[in-house]
Design a protein around this ligand. Sequence first.
Ligand code: NCD
Length: 318
Amino acid sequence: MVGKINGNFIGKDIISLDQFSPKDLKILFHHTLKMKKIASTASASKILSGNIVTLLFYEPSSRTFGSFSAAIKQLGGQTIEIINPQKFSSVAKGETFEDTIRVFEAYSDTIVLRHPQVGSAQKAADAAFFVPIISAGDGIGEHPTQALLDLYTIYEKFKRLDNLKFLFAGDILYGRTVHSLLRGLSLFKNNAVFLLSPKQLKLSRKDLEYFSKKINLIEIDKEKGVPKNADVWYWTRIQKERFGNKSLYLKVKNKYILTPKLVNKYAGRNTLIMHPLPRINEIEKDVDDDPRAVYLRSQIRNGMYVRMALLGLVLGKI
Ligand code: NCD
């Protein structure tokens, strides 16, 4: 069981959205707003001056890696960037995962880890004696910092995280961003989430049972089940790399494409259209110019601000 934040981020591993309370999110969002201002000034901040953060990424990444790296630099800290350690570190020689963690904790004040295995972030947290681990995604498990930026983006728009209606679409089974966001939304009252996915990519029955105790979930697999005027649409990529069965991937990959026609038919005037990215072909380019679509706008930028705030808090610098 991961430790709750309980109003104090200092030295805490960040593994799951289950660690957060609404009050913790409030603290984080308060600092996120400040970070937005810091990032917009030309002069470098010194908040993380003297700090070194290791970015240890066993899986490909653009936004998570780039925004963590930028966040640390915005705050005057430095990075050790290990991309693809399977090829470019002693992992290639057979070094164990635990030893790799022990090595990089000796050089840095925190380790940001992305890894293909569920539970790897917790495993790293168990191996590290001295520094916190921040998960940047553990296989099909969770992606807590993505959910934090998603929640911030929703909060920025609606000024609340309760009493909202959501449509999540795409890969609900393998999408770790979905799993963390559902945990985050479960912290607030009266949220309803419509889950649009092919039958084969529904939430696991165990997760469905777990989340249904906290939040109203409605599973659908046809476009005509899409509710009108949801507050948020959260589209996701079918997670190709998680499929053992490639023919199943080919069968489902083009099932739900977000088009201007779909937006016109079901979205409301204020519906926030989100996607954690990368998008492959599940959102038509014509949707990009719709002012309701934030996936190439505030949603990406907020990733850097939220991660700046999180690092400042975990390292006890703000
Ligand atoms: C997501 C991820 O890696 O889980 N991307 C991200 O971090 N923004 C989503 C995805 O890969 O589909």
